[in-house]
Design a protein. Structure first.
Lengths: 250, 339
């Protein structure tokens, strides 16, 4: 690692667009390009392995878009969005982007973005998934993205069986496998469709369609038995929520 | 609903027209039955009101027996028989109630038949004028719809992100590949000249429409590189047919933006056209990622195409959408017309 240099990764699915950023970075000797990625998967992998300081990130890319990739990347990295769409600008600043460059842009504008990035590099930040949830409570998730080492998994919400809180992480269960994601259960809950996912306990959310039956357990509490046999504790208030929702459906 | 009864003011006009009729009838009855005018009117006036409503029933019989669809013999027989029966019954009833002992029945019968037939004629005139007004309204609606479809097609066509991304590519190529940048400018210029040059031409030969699509795809190839591959199977005789201008553009754009752009390794866009007698079939196929999130814009482009075809050809054109594995296919079938 070159001491003092800002390590940057360029993410864009179009080769000419990557070339342009590379070229515009050339005069800036304090910045070193450590990787070029053509999609969100590569971006997550590069960011995980190389721990860059700065990310130039396109939004519309195959499989995993820029925002989803950002959720899986260490929040410490300063991000400059580079896109032809002005519609994502609000969302970009909600996830604390350093800047938002609209294609096509001038060398001066690029320089200004870089200047802002220099001021931000190395400062701690909130995980993007948290910001995403805080900023867009009205927007329901269609799929959850998780990272397992350098691999990325996409879980469509209908395939999510349940989620459990584990310290600073949530454990997401889908099809017999479990995935860890750095997010709080509350912020995940805020992004899920409340008519399909219920908080049955302080530390768990369940997909209603997976609930096979509810059994009494001990004096006060109950157990939810899922279709795959998993047993999850149900608190008193969780049971009340469950009853209210099932009552609505009946 | 009955044209008069559904509208009180029309009914009032109609009944007012019966006032002079009733007056004339009263005079005729008075003179033929050697009565005073007032005793005659006392019977004839209420009878006229009743008959005014009897004559309204011709609205239904006229609608049942459309002039353009019914033979003359059947028309004469039906309306004539109805006129004789109703007129006869009415005359007999009025005569009896008035106690005229058959003295006024003949004149009432003759007027009843005549009035009934007059009402038939009047209703046929009304129906004809209403039909022509409806036809005019339909034509106006179709024109408005065609105009809207065209405007939407143009808006969809002038997708600004296509321009922004292309300009960004030019910006990138300027230093590294000046010849490539120049080529891109030419392609882009060519595309916009062709598009804007269409002016108010609502139809163009398929050969021109395809040239436009090729131009668009060439520009996109600079952006997507090897990820975008295009294959054509165009029947020679199909290219002379005319199609609504910019008909394919939204579909080609969808194929790129919702197909190729979502694939890591890109894919193939297939353009095919063939003429089969009086039918022209145009197919646009593309690879897509079945796991990609669905987008609404796709539907807008396709809906535009459907509206456009409907406005131009009505039920003579069809759009077929099919998905097989990772191939998305839109087939347009429309009448083969040459300029």
């Amino acid at each position: 690692m070159t001491a003092g240099k800002i390590r940057a990764v360029i993410v864009d699915d179009e080769e000419p667009a990557r070339k342009l950023v590379r070229e515009l970075l050339r005069p800036h000797s304090d910045i070193e390009i450590v990787a070029e990625c053509s999609n969100g998967f590569e971006a997550v992998k590069a960011a995980t392995e190389l721990k860059p300081d700065l990310l130039f990130l396109d939004v519309q890319m195959p499989k995993l878009d820029g925002f989803e990739a950002l959720e899986l990347i260490d929040p410490g990295v300063a991000t400059v969005f580079v896109t032809a769409y002005d519609t994502y600008a609000m969302r970009a600043f909600e996830v604390h982007a350093v800047d938002y460059l609209l294609k096509p842009f001038s060398a001066e504008r690029f320089g200004a973005a870089l200047e802002r990035a220099r001021g931000r590099v190395g400062r701690a930040a909130t995980p993007a998934a948290e910001l995403h949830a805080a900023a867009r409570p009205d927007k329901l998730l269609e799929r959850v993205v998780v990272r397992d080492g350098t691999r990325v998994h996409i879980i469509p919400v209908e395939k999510l069986d349940y989620a459990e809180a584990q310290d600073d992480y949530v454990s997401l269960a889908s099809g017999g496998r479990k995935y860890l994601k750095q997010q709080t259960l509350a912020s995940l809950e805020a992004c899920l469709d409340p008519s399909r996912f219920i908080r049955i306990h302080r530390s768990s959310i369940v997909n209603l369609e997976r609930v096979a039956k509810i059994e009494p357990y001990g004096r006060e509490s109950r157990l939810a038995i899922l279709t795959d046999g998993t047993r999850l504790p149900v608190s008193r208030s969780g049971y009340a929520r469950l009853q209210a929702l099932l009552g609505e459906r009946a | 609903m009955h044209w008069y009864i559904s509208n009180p003011s029309r009914l009032a006009v109609y009944l007012a027209a019966w006032v002079p009729v009733a007056a004339i009838l009263s005079l005729a009855v008075a003179s033929s039955a050697r009565l005073g005018v007032w005793p005659a009117a006392a019977v004839v006036a209420p009878a006229s009101v009743v008959y005014a409503f009897v004559c309204l029933s011709t609205w239904y019989s006229c609608r049942m027996l459309r002039l353009e669809r019914t033979g003359a013999a059947r028309l004469l027989l039906t309306h004539g028989l109805a006129a004789v029966c109703l007129g006869g019954a009415w005359a007999a009833a009025a005569d009896m109630i008035g106690g005229f002992e058959g003295r006024v029945a003949p004149i009432l019968f003759a007027s009843g038949v005549l009035l009934y037939l007059l009402s038939v004629a009047l209703h046929y005139v009304l129906l004809a004028s209403e039909a022509s007004r409806e036809a005019q309204e339909r034509a106006k609606e179709a024109r408005a719809l065609a105009g809207q479809a065209e405007l939407r097609a143009l808006k969809a066509q002038l997708n600004p992100h296509f321009l922004f991304n292309s300009l960004n590519s030019i910006s990138a190529l300027t230093t590294a590949d000046p010849a490539g940048a120049r080529q891109m400018c030419v392609l882009l210029g060519d595309f916009f000249r062709r598009t804007l040059g269409l002016g108010d031409r609502s139809t163009i030969p398929l050969s021109e429409e395809l040239a436009l699509a090729r131009c668009f795809l060439e520009v996109e190839k600079v952006r997507f590189g090897a990820r975008l591959r295009v294959e054509e199977r165009i029947g020679e005789e199909s290219t002379r047919c005319v199609v609504p201008s910019l008909l394919l553009q939204p579909l080609v754009e969808n194929a790129v933006n919702h197909g190729i752009a979502n694939l890591l390794d890109g894919g193939l866009i297939g353009l095919a056209a063939k003429r089969d007698g009086d039918r022209l079939s145009i197919t646009i196929e593309n690879s897509f990622d079945p796991e990609a999130r669905t987008s609404r814009r796709n539907g807008v482009g396709l809906a535009n195409v459907r509206l456009r075809l409907e406005a131009c050809y009505g039920t003579r054109a069809n759009v077929f959408v099919s998905v097989a594995g990772d191939r998305y296919r839109v087939e347009l079938v429309l009448p083969a017309e040459e300029a």
